[in-house]
Design a binder for this molecule. Sequence first.
Ligand code: IPM
Ligand code: MG
Length: 380
Amino acid sequence: MTKETAETHQLVLLPGDGIGPEVIAATETVMRTARDCLRLEGIALSWERHQIGGAAIDAAGGPLPPETLSAAQGASGVLLGAVGGPKWDALAPQERPEAGLLAIRRALSVYANLRPATLLPGLESHSPLRAVQGLDLLLVRELTGGLYFGEPRERSGEGASRRAVDTMVYHEGEIRRVAHVAFRAARRRRGKVTSVDKRNVLECSRLWREVVEEVSQEYPDVELEHQLVDSMAMLLVLQPQAFDVVLAENMFGDILSDELGGVVGSLGVMASASIGDEGPGLYEPIHGSAPNIAGKDLANPLGAILSFAMLAEHSLDLPWVARAVEAAVKDVLSQGVRTKDIAQGTPGEKIVGTREMGERVARALAQSLHTRQALNETYF
Ligand code: IPM
Ligand code: MG
């Protein structure tokens, strides 16, 4: 019997470009299962699609149409596929698909970008690192400051005297608030923060280290260490298990998160949550639009599906749904089901496309949620 609706959540999906629409469609299959089970618990989940990136440029003349932004601002959470592609490469920087992504991050004030790097069971041998096991690290990337947004940003000169300027600016408050996110996360995890900077060269990094030290005074139970970004890039390959929470400014975090994608064996399985102090969070797989495989049912939807799990946890306050989705993903992987990017050529492996991967995760999720409801237990 359906309970009376006690809670209503409206989500916005922004499929975007390249493989974005395919991974979001596969995630919707999983979301429909979650929605049907939640309805029995009196929780209403619904969503609508809007345009962003190149798709929005083509349909509405700009990468972030006003109606997309206002729908996102009114939602409980926003799930985005990917933006960008060769079709829009010739456009001016502020007109490009990526400008839409940066603008929505900034407009939603989602300054902390959580990028977990977990080695999923069964994918160990897919990591290029022989000895990696039990890797479980959370990268906290500052998302709305630094080189991505600093002014001035300009091009001048001609011919042999062409010149370009980007500016890295950080205000103390921007560092402080994202540092708090990292320390709070460390408290729920293994109690260690590694802050990344380049303070032997950059003034912004010297301020970064100073402020992170100050914030750490409020968390005496959390261990803090600092690493220079260049040596951190090496340490993530040599001993990724040595880290718990890694805190980095925008550009360093962008680079290190792709490196972590390599370390866990595929960018395709990596999810992310971008959160601020209030308003909806923005959730995206970190893989990008991958135009070379777009439209071929080849993309791995697990990064998008696990981003929906992060949405359930952080924006809907439904951690048991998040755990159930993660368990469904692990369940499907343990059956040897793989998209091409994580295939290993082992016997018993079953290679599936984007759509079928979504369907299998949805089925595994339905099974575990129905079992939970049949038993009327809250064991998640
Ligand atoms: C990411 C992406 C974006 C970024 C691009 C598409 C603008 O690389 O989310 O990591 O640099 O933030
Ligand atoms: Mg990136």
